[in-house]
Structure formats: structure tokens, C-alpha cells
Design a protein around this ligand. Structure first.
Ligand code: TV7
Ligand code: CA
Ligand code: ZN
Length: 388
């Protein structure tokens, strides 16, 4: 089908569970697990599943979730009940507000996306996969005992903890438009994980309000985690050229200094132009170029999803990035196949719509040349303190 063949010399595994897609955060909520259905339909209409080892993921076990989360939080998450709409009960563990509602099947939903990331990490540890993919994961805001920003269980932290059983050093990279605060916090005090997030930063005006350039790790002397948190704060409207230049330059320097033995890339698609919550002008091509650059490093790679609130663009990005993982991107027909489920949802029939097609009016790029160059020099200076 479409000439998609298994990549020679390396293995890609795809971890998903159709049950995840059936959950609903509530009518008006921007997080729509249904976007995974749209992405999967597009991936499969191109025949890409034939080129991967596909796994229906299992639920993470209680013990696995306890690797990071506290027992009392997990108890509450498991027993929390959908409240009456006008119920004024206190929002324990930040659960039950409008960002992190309690919905039907919540604990199963969390256990499933976490199980998929843990399985994916184990495939990399066993050398059974070179690239492992879980588009339903990437929920980077969840804390040890707190839900935050649509995230309840931090599958990324759980996956990195699995990788650390085999791998001395893990590089975490986060291209979601929001700061990857939960992952940064979890590994704040260790030099075995370097975290790098690119995000919109505007003080407290943009969620979660952290991730300024000078947030680089603990500042108490002798703490091993010092300098191992890297933050790239950006303004509205950044385009592919600037974004991909920053990504390659900074990731290149991090890999050179830190010498990671595994990489986790959070591919949040809310950094794309036209996202309902995002503010950037990044296109599917630029977003995908970040994935291609990581693949080119030939280091075991875990790809997870994350944000993404305009489902048609989420599906485009993750389908394109799946094609990069299996190495068929150059030969893929950019015209979305006729038999793609929900094809009418894509509006334009191409994987790569132009900015004019995506946006009603263009978003002004507030990132100057000087600003992006200054970010690189500050981070270059920071990395002088990092040894592998
Ligand atoms: C990884 N932005 C998650 C990103 C999490 C962002 C926020 C909303 C939002 C929630 C809704 C809703 C919304 C149109 C957008 C301070 C508040 C302001 C709730 C209305 N519409 C990821 C979290 C962020 C919920 N939260 O990184 C139900 O926007 O800014 C905030 C916090 C308090 C709560 N209110 C928003 O991408 C997966 N929430 C509509 C209905
Ligand atoms: Ca980010
Ligand atoms: Zn986000």
C-alpha cells in the first residue's frame, strides 16, 4: 500500500490503545482525545502501520504509577467521582477544576496512556526498538501529587525512570508550546537527566508561568542537577526558520556536551500555527524537522505526543512525524488519501497547508533575530558547566 516498506536496519514500534480515544474531558474542553482517532486514521490510510511493530498498550500497574506518584494522590485519582456541576467541594490535588476535570473512566485513561509510554521505554531498553512512539502520551505538567494543565499522571517521568534503569544519561526535549514544568521538576536535582523545553513565555500571563531563560537547575552549590535544566522562552509568532535553527543549534550543543544515551522527544502539536491555544507560526514541516534532527543522531528515541488543540493539524503533524520515524517521508504523497477516515475534517487535502490556508490573518512574529541569538549565547555559556 502506497509503497510503504519496513525500514531496513532499525525498528520502530507504535504503542496505542483505541480505548484512550473514547474519553471526554467535557464539551467545551480543548483537550480532545478524539484527535488521536484522526491521527491514527491518517497514519493508517497511508499504510504506515505496516512498517512498524504495533502494540495495543496495556494499563500501567499501580506499582508502576507509584514509581513517581504518591500513594494518596493515586488513591484519590482512582476513587474521585464526577461531581455535580454546582458542587463546591474543594479541589484536592488540583482535581475537579475546569483544566483537570474528573470525568468518566479517568483512572483508566491515565493508566492507559502511562502504560503505553512505559511499554515504549522498555522496548528501547531491550534494544527491541530504535524509535518507540506513543502519541497518546506526553502529559508533561503532572506532578508527584497534583494534576495540572490537562495532565493527571506524568507518563514522561515514568518512561524516563524506566530508561534510567539501563541508560546512564537521558536527554528530554519538549516542543509543546507550554513549558515542560512537571518533567523539569521531577529531575531537577539529578545530572542523569537533562531537560530542554522550548515554549511561549510571558511571565505569569501564559500557562504555567515558569521556564524563563535563567531557570537552569538548583543553585545550591554542589547540587548535581545544577545547569541541567534548559529553557528557551519565546514570544508569539515564531516561524519555522527561527524555530528549527534554535532547535538544531541548542539540541546539537546539548548532545555534544551531555552525551545522552537515550532521547525522549515530547512532540506537543500546540506549537503549530493555527492551534486553538498556541501562539506560534510553526508549520508541520518545521515541527517535523525537529523529529528528523533527533532521528539523525542515531540515539534510541522515544516520541510522545502532548498538547495540540486543533485536531486536523495534530493529525497532520503526528502522521508526518511517524513517516519521518519510519523513513518514508520523502516518498509520501502529500495529498491526503481519498479513503482517509474523516477526510472532510482536514479542510485542505494536503499534509502541508500554507500559513495562508491555516490562519485567517497572519500572526506577527515578535521574536527578533537578536533575541534568538542571545538565547543561544546564554545557553552556550550555561553548557560550559555541564560534563558528560
Ligand atoms: C500538555 N489554557 C497542556 C496545556 C494546559 C493549559 C489553559 C485553558 C482552557 C481550559 C478550558 C477551556 C481553555 C480556551 C487554556 C489559569 C487558568 C485559565 C479555565 C478556563 N478553555 C499541555 C492550561 C491552561 C477548560 N490553564 O501543555 C474547560 O482555554 O491558563 C490556565 C489556568 C485557570 C482555568 N481556566 C483557564 O498542552 C497537554 N486552560 C474550556 C473548558
Ligand atoms: Ca515546551
Ligand atoms: Zn501545551
Amino acid at each position: 500500500e502506497n509503497g510503504i516498506v519496513r525500514p531496513k536496519g532499525y525498528q520502530v514500534s507504535w504503542h496505542s490503545n483505541p480505548e484512550i480515544e473514547k474519553h471526554h474531558f467535557g464539551h467545551a474542553h480543548p483537550m480532545k482525545p478524539w484527535r488521536l482517532t484522526l491521527a491514527k486514521g491518517l497514519i493508517m490510510s497511508y499504510g504506515m502501520h505496516a512498517a512498524m511493530d504495533t502494540y495495543v498498550s496495556r494499563l500501567a500497574t499501580r506499582e508502576e504509577l507509584e514509581d513517581f506518584h504518591s500513594e494518596d494522590y493515586l488513591d484519590y485519582l482512582k476513587t474521585a467521582k464526577v461531581a455535580m456541576p454546582d458542587d463546591e467541594t474543594p479541589k484536592d490535588y488540583n482535581l475537579g477544576g475546569s483544566d483537570c476535570p474528573i470525568f468518566e473512566g479517568l483512572f483508566n485513561y491515565c493508566s492507559m496512556y502511562a502504560g503505553a509510554s512505559i511499554d515504549a521505554a522498555r522496548k528501547l531498553c531491550n534494544n527491541e526498538s530504535d524509535i518507540a512512539i506513543n502519541w497518546s502520551g506526553g502529559l508533561h505538567h503532572a506532578k508527584k501529587a497534583e494534576a495540572s494543565g490537562f495532565c493527571y499522571v506524568n507518563d514522561i517521568v515514568l518512561a524516563i525512570l524506566q530508561l534510567l534503569r539501563k541508560h546512564p544519561r537521558v536527554l528530554y526535549i519538549d516542543i509543546d508550546v507550554h513549558h515542560g514544568d512537571g518533567v523539569e521538576e521531577a529531575f531537577w536535582s539529578t545530572d542523569r537527566v537533562m531537560t530542554l523545553s522550548m515554549h511561549k513565555y510571558d511571565g505569569l500571563n501564559f500557562f504555567p508561568g515558569t521556564g524563563d531563560l535563567d531557570r537552569t537547575g538548583p543553585d545550591n552549590e554542589g547540587n548535581p542537577g545544577a545547569h541541567h535544566a534548559i529553557n528557551v522562552p519565546l514570544s508569539d509568532g515564531i516561524d519555522d526558520d527561527q524555530y528549527v535553527w534554535l532547535f538544531k543549534t541548542i539540541v546539537g550543543k546539548c548532545v555534544e556536551k551531555f552525551q545522552p544515551t537515550a532521547i525522549v522527544l515530547q512532540c506537543g502539536a500546540d506549537s503549530l500555527a493555527g492551534d486553538r491555544l498556541g501562539r506560534f507560526n510553526v508549520q508541520v514541516q518545521g515541527h517535523g524537522a525537529c523529529v528528523a534532527f533527533c532521528k539523525s543522531l542515531n540515539i534510541p528515541l522515544l516520541l510522545v505526543g502532548g498538547g495540540g488543540y486543533t485536531p486536523r493539524n495534530v493529525a497532520r503533524a503526528w502522521a508526518h512525524e511517524t513517516s519521518i520515524a519510519i523513513g518514508c517521508d520523502a516518498t509520501l504523497d502529500p495529498i491526503i488519501p481519498e479513503h482517509t477516515p474523516y477526510r472532510e475534517h482536514f479542510r485542505h487535502n494536503t499534509l502541508f497547508p500554507t500559513l495562508e490556508q491555516i490562519l485567517g490573518e497572519p500572526r506577527v512574529n515578535r521574536n527578533t533575530k537578536k533575541k534568538v541569538e542571545d538565547i543561544v549565547s546564554t545557553i552556550t555559556e550555561q553548557l560550559r558547566f555541564v560534563n558528560s
